[in-house]
Design a protein around this ligand. Structure first.
Ligand code: PBG
Length: 341
C-alpha cells in the first residue's frame, strides 16, 4: 500500500481544488448568487376577505383573499422580496366563452390591485395579462367560431383594454402571458395613449407549450375540468423543440417595446435563457413554473431529495444560465433562508 506521506506530488500547475478548500474561499469565487432583490413571488388570489385555501398540487402555496394577501405581502417585504405577481381565481359562474368579465367594470381583481397598491405603495405589482382565468374553456383568448382556434387580433384587442385597466388600478408592471402575435406593441400603444407611459411590460416573450403548468391550472381553475384532457395551447405557445423560434419571439417583443423579456418554464430551458441573455441588452426573467415547484416538493416529501438544497440548486442554475430575475413559488422560502444565513 502506498503511504500518502511518501507519494511525491504530481507536477500540476492547475489544482482547481485550491479554490474549494473552505467556505470562505468558495464564497469568494462564487460566480452567481441568489438574492431576494431578484425574486418575484407569484400569488394566487381569490375574491373576498375569506380564509386561505391550500393548492393541492403545490404544498405550501395557498389561494388568498385580501386579508391573506396583505399578510403575505407584509411578510415578503420584510424579507426583502419587493415584487409579487398576482393571478386571480375567478368564480366559474363569472366565466364565459369570451372572458367578458375580465374587462367588466365590476371585476373585483381591479379593486384588489388598487387596495394592495394603496397599502404597499413600494411593493411592485406584476399583473398577469391573459384571459385564461376568465374563459370557461381555459384558453388565453377568445375562440374564433369558424376555425375553433384562439382568434389572435380580437384577443389582442381585449387584452390591451384589460392591461390598461390593470395599470389604472395600480399595477406597476403588466405581464402578457398569452403569446398572441403583436400584443406587446398594441398594449404599449394603448398604455401610452391613456397616459400610463411609466407602466412597464414584462413580456412572457418565450413561453413554451409545457406540461409543467398543470398545478397552476388547478390553482386558478383554468384546467376546464379534472376529467378533461390537458388543455392544448400549441397553436399559440412555443414548441419545446424550438430555440430559433424562441429567439425570434424574444426579438419581436423587444422591438415592440417590452421592458423585460421572460422565458418560461425555466429549469428545462436553460439553453434558451442563455441564448436570450446573449441576444438582448434588456433584463431577462425566467419563470420557475408550478410543475417545477411541485416536482421538487413531491420528491422532498417522499424523502428522495433534500428540499432546500434541490430548490437552491435549481434556482442557481437559472441564474447561472443568465436570468436576472426569477419568478418562483419558492421566493419567500428562499428569502427566509437567505436571511437566516
Ligand atoms: C396563463 C398562464 C399560465 C401560467 C402563467 N400564466 C398557464 C398556461 O399557460 O396555461 C403558468 C404558471 C405556472 O405553471 O406556474 N396565461
Amino acid at each position: 500500500m502506498i503511504n500518502s506521506a511518501y507519494t511525491p506530488p504530481l507536477d500540476l500547475i492547475r489544482r482547481p481544488r485550491r479554490n474549494r478548500q473552505t467556505p470562505a474561499i468558495r464564497a469568494l469565487v462564487r460566480e452567481v448568487r441568489l438574492h431576494a432583490d431578484d425574486l418575484i413571488q407569484p400569488i394566487f388570489v381569490k375574491e373576498g376577505p375569506g380564509g386561505a385555501e391550500p393548492v393541492g398540487s403545490m404544498p405550501g402555496i395557498e389561494r388568498v383573499g385580501l386579508k391573506g394577501l396583505f399578510a403575505e405581502v407584509a411578510q415578503l417585504s420584510a424579507l426583502g422580496v419587493r415584487a409579487v405577481a398576482l393571478f386571480p381565481q375567478i368564480d366559474p359562474a363569472l366565466k364565459d366563452a369570451r372572458g367578458k368579465y375580465a374587462i367588466s367594470e365590476k371585476n373585483w381583481f381591479f379593486g384588489l390591485v388598487r387596495r394592495l397598491k394603496g397599502e404597499f405603495p413600494d411593493v411592485l405589482i406584476v399583473a398577469d395579462v391573459a384571459l385564461d382565468p376568465y374563459t370557461d374553456h381555459g384558453h388565453d383568448g377568445v375562440i374564433d367560431p369558424v376555425s375553433g382556434d384562439v382568434a389572435n387580433d380580437e384577443t389582442v384587442h381585449v387584452l390591451t383594454h384589460y392591461a390598461t385597466r390593470l395599470a389604472e388600478a395600480g399595477a406597476d408592471i403588466v405581464a402578457p402571458s398569452d403569446m398572441m402575435d403583436g400584443r406587446i406593441g398594441a398594449i404599449r400603444d394603448e398604455l401610452d395613449r391613456e397616459g400610463f407611459t411609466q407602466t412597464s411590460i414584462l413580456a412572457y416573450a418565450v413561453k413554451f407549450a409545457s406540461a409543467y403548468y398543470g398545478p397552476f391550472r388547478d390553482a386558478i381553475g383554468s384546467a376546464k375540468s379534472p376529467q378533461a384532457p390537458a388543455l392544448d395551447k400549441r397553436t399559440y405557445q412555443l414548441d419545446p423543440a424550438n430555440i430559433r423560434e424562441a429567439l425570434m419571439e424574444a426579438r419581436l417583443d423587444e422591438d415592440q417595446g417590452a421592458d423585460i423579456l421572460m422565458v418560461k418554464p425555466a429549469g428545462l430551458y436553460l439553453d434558451v435563457i442563455s441564448a436570450v441573455r446573449s441576444a438582448t441588452t434588456l433584463p431577462v426573467a425566467a419563470y420557475q413554473v408550478s410543475g417545477e415547484y411541485a416536482q421538487i416538493q413531491a420528491a422532498a416529501r417522499a424523502g428522495w431529495l433534500d428540499l432546500e438544497k434541490a430548490r437552491d440548486e435549481a434556482l442557481l442554475a437559472i441564474k447561472r444560465a443568465g436570468a436576472d430575475i426569477i419568478l418562483t413559488y419558492f421566493a419567500k422560502a428562499v428569502a427566509e433562508s437567505l436571511k437566516k444565513g
